[in-house]
Write a protein of this length. Structure first.
Length: 301
């Protein structure tokens, strides 16, 4: 098979591992920076180019689109979908997962456990928002944040109110969530591939940091999850429509709650912590699923 990967940095661990896994299984995998691609949008003849080279003849595409280039990256992926190429994750599903508010609304609709989450436009509602989220401390998140950036803990009512009013004063959209104290600065990441949890790790935040992101200096170890946590991760992936994703959960007193569903999960932390070859499992998914024109949305938004 010929596999195309949309990725800006070819030297990232995850991208190198996926290329190695594909080649070990006898496939060809080429990487293209989506920002350096351009599209020829013509009736019945959609084309994609990288410089003077036309990108064609691929069986599948692995989108590894960074949050900062979501708009153009998804435009390139939609072009490939209209060309009939099988995407590991479809553009619509990635866009859905990148919108924190929309993803929370969809997860809530499907009855998946969530921390109490409040969203408001008017800063006059700040008092009510904090109380609805359970009172201080509360977690305040930028809608556009990623890898723990733009996540603030309002430890006291006064501090939370100041942060919320500052963000809204700058016309920045935020979510306010209850602080799951019992999680103890740890969370669980479950890697879901093809509707199955293939690897799980527990992440612990750096000393003094309530965020557990590995990019923020946290650590990870292998963990056995409960059947309820496994079911929650699988259902969350299905709600988002993602074939491959990382589902981040906290253990609360009322069961697992989903914090985020990541459509481009890093592989280094989970492979190192668990010893599981997640990259090969993603390539196996492509082998089983890849089929010309097998895109549910056909590039439609």
């Amino acid at each position: 098979m010929k596999i195309l990967m949309l990725a800006r940095n070819q030297n990232l661990y995850s991208h190198k591992r996926l290329k190695e896994a594909a080649e070990e299984r006898g496939h060809e995998l080429n990487m293209y920076d989506p920002l350096k691609c351009y599209m020829d949008i013509a009736s019945h003849r959609p084309k994609l180019f990288f410089g003077s080279t036309e990108i064609k003849g691929y069986d599948a595409v692995i989108p590894r689109i960074g949050a900062s280039v979501t708009f153009y990256g998804l435009a390139v992926l939609r072009q490939l979908e209209t060309m009939g190429m099988f995407p590991v994750n479809e553009s619509v599903a990635i866009e859905r997962s990148r919108d924190k508010l929309r993803s929370m609304q969809l997860l809530a609709r499907d009855g998946i456990g969530l921390p109490v989450t409040v969203f408001a436009h008017d800063t006059k509602m700040t008092e009510e928002v904090i109380q609805r989220a359970g009172g201080a401390p509360v977690v305040i998140k930028l809608l556009e944040g990623t890898q723990g950036v733009g996540v603030v803990l309002g430890e006291t009512h006064k501090a939370a109110k100041s942060v919320i009013e500052a963000f809204r004063g700058a016309n920045v959209n935020i979510l306010v969530q209850e602080f799951i104290r019992e999680a103890g600065a740890t969370d669980i990441r479950a890697l879901v591939v093809g509707g199955k949890v293939v690897a799980t790790m527990q992440r612990t935040g750096a000393e003094g940091d309530f965020r557990s992101n590995l990019h923020r200096g946290g650590s990870a170890c292998k963990i056995r999850i409960t059947p309820e946590e496994r079911s929650t991760a699988i259902r969350a992936a299905k709600t988002m429509g993602l074939n491959v994703c990382g589902v981040d959960m906290l253990r609360s007193n009322h069961g697992p709650v989903v914090m985020e569903v990541n459509s481009s999960p890093g592989l280094e932390g989970v492979e190192t912590a668990t010893g599981i070859d997640v990259a090969s499992k993603i390539i196996e998914l492509i082998e089983k699923k890849a089929e010309y024109g097998k895109t549910k949305t056909k590039g439609k938004g």
